[in-house]
Write a new protein. Sequence first.
Length: 470
Amino acid sequence: MRYGFVLLATLRLAAQPVFQGSDIFPPEEFAARRARVMAKIGDAIAILQGTTERPGEQPLRQANQFFYVSGVVEPRAILIIDGKSKRSTLFLNPRNERRENNMFGPGLFPGEEAVRATEIEAVLARGDFTNALDEAGKQGRAIFTPFRPEVLGCASASDPAALARATRNDPWDGRGSREEAFIAHLKTAAPRSDIQDLDPILDELRATKSPREIAILRESTRIAGLGIVEAMRDARPGMKEYELQADAEYVFKKNGAYGPAYFALIATGENTWYSHYHRDTRALDDGDLVQFDYAPDYKYYASDVTRVFPANGRFTARQREFYTIYLRLYQALMTSIQVHARPADVIRTAVGKMDEILAGFPFTDDRIRKAAVDFVERYRNSRADSLGHNVGMEVHDVRNATPTLEPGQVFTIEPAMQIAAEHVGIRLEDMILITETGYENLSRFVPVEIADIERTMTRHGLSDAQVKLK
């Protein structure tokens, strides 16, 4: 077989792959990433730590930077990427037969089977890492390692970084991060070596997605869209926001997602004012608009899609006016996106289209008119160097390495239009892939026009199925 599977001798019929990256990307994808790291670091070495065991009964999810270059999901793994020898070495905990035979099933452990599975040149016991580091230290070779705190599921790099700062500055805590502790150990063990930050190198590589990554992002977005559609179909006055969350989570797990990419942002009524409202406890009132922003963590890749729909399935006349002008201005921005363009140029083009839309729109409500004018003016005065946030292994993924929009970049646009006097807002969000000829809206299939939303909401949802079972 092209990919090796490590199986317990007593469980030969289980056909359980334990190199967990192998059902996401083939080993050559990870090898190509390591080769690009080697090209960046020259004769230095790069050292990455995998995450630790989880506290309690929680499934293990690998840290993003470590997974990106290895695909290995084992606790306390260490990887050395050697820019001089062009070889990599993986260090794993020794085999624990009790945990494999009686608890968790097959695991990845040092030896030739792991080499065949991962196609990493050597897989040694974790205890051998000290000798490898000593040798690099004697040579005084530069060492690259991630400085940022690790990112697991349901987070982006800024989140654990902010937590680490708060913990370090807390007078009743004061702990440094695991990464800071590791760097201190490296400096002690290899005092002649210059310790440098690997994160900028990995971030530059991650910013442009490969065809295989795009395929995963496309599927993650498909699942996100299906979750939104299920919530649309199920919504009705009297339900709680968290009931719509449950609809989406069923879809996420049904389609193989690890979990959510971020907490559910499901807001109704005045909660739509907040960009990150996530209590999800308010009941849907007849006449409410629902703002639904939720997506899965699927095979280590996120998505991020938002839609707005009426709780009772029908937009009122005033809601139609508010939503329609917002949608047309939003689409003016989207249709201005061009490959190789600077975001500022896209915004400039979009503002011209928005002015024409405002001039010809049949407003009947002064508050909606003001909200629309304010929306356009924010773009007219914008100095932004991006159109939204990138999406990849994290929902707020690493920044683009180029000042222009280039093929393989994936990001969202999610501008909000608000009526301050009523404490309400509207915000849509789509996944945009820059291509060689322009862009592709990966979430375009999720209903966004009023007629399509209302038609979708006439269909039965999961709650109807539960009623039939009673």
